[in-house]
Design a protein around this ligand. Structure first.
Ligand SMILES: [Zn+2]
Length: 785
């Protein structure tokens, strides 16, 4: 049986329920009548029906809503996770809107009444767009466009599988159908009657993970850093996608079998009979990575066999963990199959031949106009960063894989059979050199691409073109119209203290959420209700937030700070469940808080879903890999607090809630310093900081002797001379100033001394923050704060 035909049948199998919800049933006998007949008659209908029925059942994992209780709105997957069901949030439903990067489309709402009009309009849009899918294309391209169209319009529509969107249920059904296409009809009949079968392998769940990413991005000298970074990070994203697609293509599988791609790894579903070929593909990929990246990047593949019983709730999460463990083992065995790895590479003392950016010793190292020696790869990655600019669309062309000399970033991709370009408006010029492209995909980075642009690509390449979206955070700071701002520019753009800020964030306890999060009770019995579709949908939504929404938030910060004459933020990486952003330090705490709050709203207010952050401040010439390490340390500090869900900033870790208080005091102090116009001035901030330092010394000494429950002493009284001293000094300060300011200083003193001076923790930190914001001179001292 044709795998593509099976996948098409799987993608469309539940379309009738969409039509029904939209009240469109009856108008049309067949909701999928738009599919060209040439694609529908490629396989025996009887076999297709059986394959689809089995795939549908496996995808639902035995968790099907009874038809009389089918919900009309899709409950957010975030309302379905959290071990203790009583702590889960109240019901929130996805807005009935096409997928887009807007609050209205992304954030779930409590409205229970369905909106007939909204359904009708979604259904109309789907039908209209489905009619225009390229009929002259090949089935593979058609499937890819249909897949993206379903993503756009049915990501918010409930399916027959409990708590899973029609899109996620349909794509997983399609992936399984493609795997089941290999089975004989007799085998299908047997399996249809044996839902708990644990003998016949039906699919392999494959996880791929690119390692070495951190070093690849951050092991850089400062020369040319800003431009190169975005190119390096984007290249890794392209490589991840290209490797996943290369495997699919080698195994003759459709896009539906790419269950997840993002954050440097991917999941595929492949038929069991392809296990042997996958092993050979893996060897090829290892050799290619070694050839083009000298062992700096490597791919770990893990694999788990899925039988019918494994798809059932209670069993699936164990399988998911098994695949994760298998990737871990593959990482430890890295390159074991490639014998020449352990021969010394590079660093042979030949300084002339060493790239000053990545430190690899390569034949193609040459000096640029500023005398910096760079290898061809590093040069090309800087160009990629520049070309990426503010492009909104990515074009992927499929060519015959052909051997390539190691060199620029395009070489390995070409050897995998891909041409890649970030497109702006100059479509024809960018694609003019593309020859031998057999099919292509046009992916929007922030929104689905305009039909006219896709048509231009199709005309330029004269091949079938699929279209869809691959959200990518692409915020590169500009100085003036065209120039990419340097780290020094960002540092100078900060308010007060001139420092470059580094922000790292990542979702807390993600492994736990996936492994245990779906635990709950069903019919009074405790069960783990994770299914492939649920896990896939949780991963995809998490990526949607980090790859899509975070970019919008960063754009907004840049726009709000236009008057500084230079953009303030640079997103080096945001994807999967974490991010790395640099910028003018003063805007980072606010950005981090907004991301935390929006993730909360996006996750339906689920108390189990939270994120921690670390912000560090550096001189613009401080090496980025050290700054990255320092920020990672700060992030770890935040995660060290009980319950995590915290931020480290100015060297102190607190839960987000406590930072609200710090922020308020910071605003009050900042205001006081400004309004008193030199009357209390910055001496107020200095007094508070001196008291804070005394307090911290006592607190940390106590903590070291185990006298404090947590390093954060907020819950306990920390006795010390700072108490009477600060009361005395603030009173004296108040005496020196006029009425209104005097009153505010005395109020501050009273709030501080209340409750055994517990507020010193927040007020002291607020004083440091306000001090940094009001410092006017640029300090040349390098290093972190
Ligand atoms: Zn290099």
């Amino acid at each position: 049986m044709d795998r593509m035909a099976a996948a098409l049948s799987g993608l469309l199998h539940d379309l009738g329920s969409f039509a029904q919800l939209a009240g469109a049933i009856g108008q049309q006998a067949d909701p999928a009548s738009f599919v060209p007949t040439s694609f529908r008659t490629r396989a025996s209908q009887e076999a297709l029906t059986k394959i689809t029925a089995l795939a549908d059942r496996l995808a639902a994992g035995g968790l099907v809503s009874p038809s009389q209780q089918r919900p009309r709105r899709l409950l957010s997957v975030f309302c379905q996770i959290g071990e203790d069901q009583s702590r889960r949030p109240s019901a929130r439903y996805l807005p009935l809107r096409p997928l887009a990067l807007s609050k209205e489309a992304l954030f779930p709402d409590p409205a229970k009444n369905d909106d007939v009009k909204a359904y009708a309009s979604l259904w109309q849009q789907f039908q209209k767009d489905a009619q225009t899918l390229q009929r002259e294309s090949d089935l593979e391209t058609y499937l890819e466009s249909l897949y993206h169209l379903l993503h756009r319009t049915t990501w918010c529509v409930p399916s027959a599988a409990e708590g899973v969107s029609l899109f996620d249920h349909s794509r997983v059904t399609a992936a399984l159908a493609a795997c089941l296409a290999d089975l004989s009809e007799a085998e299908l009949d047997r399996l249809l009657n044996a839902p708990e079968d644990s003998t016949t392998p039906l699919a392999y769940l494959v996880e791929g993970d690119i390692s070495g990413v951190q070093r690849f991005i951050y092991t850089l000298t400062s020369k040319g850093v800003a431009k190169g970074l975005r190119g390096r990070s984007f290249y890794l994203q392209l490589l991840n996608e290209a490797i996943a697609r290369y495997i699919l293509r080698e195994l003759n599988l459709p896009i539906t079998n790419l269950i997840y791609v993002g954050g440097g790894h991917f999941y595929l579903l492949i038929p069991p009979r392809e296990g042997e070929r996958l092993y050979r593909i893996q060897q090829t990929l290892e050799e290619l990575l070694l050839k083009h990246h000298d062992g700096a990047l490597y791919l770990a593949l893990g694999c788990g066999e899925l039988r019918a019983a494994d798809f059932q709730a209670d069993n699936f999460s164990g399988k998911w963990r098994e695949v994760g463990r298998s990737v871990g083992e593959a990482k430890r065995r890295r390159f074991a199959n490639v014998p020449h790895l352990f021969q010394p590479r590079g660093h042979g003392g030949n300084e002339e031949g060493e790239c000053q950016v990545c430190h690899a010793e390569r034949k193609d190292v040459t000096a640029d106009s500023e005398g910096v020696r760079k290898c061809a790869l590093c040069r090309s990655l800087e160009d990629l960063g520049g070309a990426l600019g503010r492009s909104q669309v990515l074009a992927l062309g499929q060519i015959a894989p052909a051997e390539q000399e190691a060199g620029g970033w395009e070489a390995l991709l070409a050897e995998l059979g891909f041409k890649v370009a970030a497109l702006d408006n100059e479509v024809e010029r960018r694609l003019s050199g593309w020859v031998g492209v057999t099919r292509a995909t046009v992916l929007g980075l922030r929104d689905f691409p305009e039909a006219t642009l896709v048509a231009r690509v199709a005309r330029a390449l004269r091949c079938p073109v699929a279209t869809g979206v691959r959200y990518t955070v692409n915020v590169t700071p500009r100085k003036g119209q065209y120039e990419v701002a340097t780290f020094e520019d960002l540092q100078e753009a900060s308010i007060g203290l001139k420092r470059l800020g580094v922000l790292r964030m990542d979702v807390d306890d993600l492994g736990y959420l996936f492994g245990q999060g779906f635990r709950g009770t069903q019919n009074g019995k405790p069960r783990n209700l994770a299914t492939l579709a649920r896990v896939a949908s949780l991963s995809s939504l998490m990526s949607l937030f980090f790859e899509g929404w975070v970019g919008e938030l960063c754009q907004k910060v840049n726009e709000e700070n236009r008057d500084r004459g230079v953009d303030v933020l640079y997103t080096i990486y945001s994807g999967g469940d974490d991010l790395f952003i640099v910028g003018a330090w003063d805007v980072l705490p606010g950005l981090a808080r907004t991301i935390r709050e929006d993730l909360g709203r996006f996750a339906a207010g689920n108390p189990y879903v939270h994120v921690s952050a670390g912000i560090t401040l550096h001189g613009g010439k401080y090496p980025l890999y050290l700054a990255a390490d320092d920020a990672a340390g700060a992030l770890e500090g935040a995660k060290g607090l009980s319950g995590k869900d915290a931020l480290t900033f100015l060297g102190e870790s607190h839960h987000w809630g406590d930072w609200t208080e710090v922020d308020d005091y910071k605003n009050e102090l900042h205001g006081l310093v400004h309004t008193s116009q030199g009357q209390v001035g910055r001496s107020l901030l200095q007094v508070l900081q001196r008291m804070y330092r005394q307090y911290r010394d006592v607190r940390d000494a106590l903590a070291e002797r185990g006298g404090l429950r947590a390093r954060n002493g907020k819950d306990q009284t920390v006795w010390g001379p700072y108490m009477w001293q600060s009361a005395y000094l603030l009173t004296r300060l108040a005496d020196r100033v006029g009425n209104d300011v005097e009153k505010r200083v005395l109020e501050l003193r009273d709030r501080l001394s209340a409750n055994n001076f517990r507020a010193i923790e927040t007020v002291g930190l607020a004083a440091r923050w306000a001090e940094a914001l009001t410092r006017s001179t640029s300090h040349t001292k390098e290093g972190d704060e």
